[in-house]
Design a protein around this ligand. Structure first.
Ligand SMILES: [Zn+2]
Length: 256
């Protein structure tokens, strides 16, 4: 296996030739921002509740308090979190380099806050919530203050209906427009970089394969092995925070 320096050089060679780079990010890019991977049993979010039981659409409608109790620690951490060097590096790769789109499985909104412009949040995001009754959309930080403080279920200020965060629950259909736009980039890209995703969750897990079959080169940066490592042109098993800033640095003009 190649050493880290060799892998970094190979990755940089590929990025330097890229014309249409797409990044696919997952929970691993936000762990250094203090956000636990809620799909991981080690996150602590499975201790009291099984997400498969409380975080489905049916369960949400039936027992919203259980859902809101479950997601509260994650919501608190997410709303308090700051983008890290890896998020910023992707924003730089878009501003100064070949990056055309970020496709993310994350709901934390940290790519937006880091300055990325073209972002496809295929699992939704926590910035907004929608009233299940009148369908009015609200900014989360405006309607969830009491909930975050004491756990009371957030209600629509207009009609009193149940508010649902604009995230995709388990078993819920993904936002098709967002997904289709993301897939267009995947078809068009000549390089895809996977950053901090174990690629286990569909459909994000299928996108690198789609890119590869369309002729793109593939770089995977993830702490642990993924089942698509064998497909990649370069695999770097390291924390994205230790990789992306170094890769982005060579695209940033010197005076910045
Ligand atoms: Zn309402």
């Amino acid at each position: 296996m190649d050493d880290f320096e060799t892998q970094m050089r190979q990755a940089l060679d590929i990025l330097k030739k890229a014309r249409h780079l797409v990044a696919l990010t997952g929970a691993g890019i936000s762990t250094r921002s203090g956000i636990p991977d809620f799909r991981s049993p080690e996150s602590g979010l499975w201790d009291r509740y099984d997400p498969m039981e409380v975080a489905t659409l049916a369960a949400f409608k039936q027992t919203p308090q259980a859902f809101y109790d479950w997601i509260r620690p994650l919501a608190q951490k997410t709303l308090a979190a700051q983008p890290n060097a890896a998020h910023l590096a992707l924003a730089q790769l878009e501003q100064f380099g070949p990056l055309q789109a970020v496709i993310t499985q994350n709901i934390d909104g940290l790519h937006t806050r880091a300055g990325s412009k073209t972002i496809y949040e295929v699992h939704g995001h926590l910035r907004e919530a929608t009233c299940m009754h009148c369908l009015q959309i609200y900014q989360t930080d405006e309607v969830m203050v009491d909930y975050l403080a004491d756990g009371r279920i957030p209600r629509c200020p207009g009609c009193g209906g149940l508010l649902k965060p604009n995230i995709i629950l388990f078993g819920e259909i993904l936002p098709i427009t967002v997904l289709n736009r993301a897939k267009r980039h995947v078809h068009q890209c000549d390089v895809m970089i996977v950053a901090g995703s174990s690629l286990e969750v569909a459909p994000a897990g299928d996108l690198p394969m789609l890119a590869k079959y369309a002729g793109a080169r593939l770089i995977i940066v993830n702490f642990a092995e993924t089942h698509l490592d064998y497909l990649a042109d370069v695999v770097i098993h390291a924390d994205v925070v230790d990789v992306l800033p170094e890769l982005a640095a060579s695209f940033v003009p010197n005076h910045l």
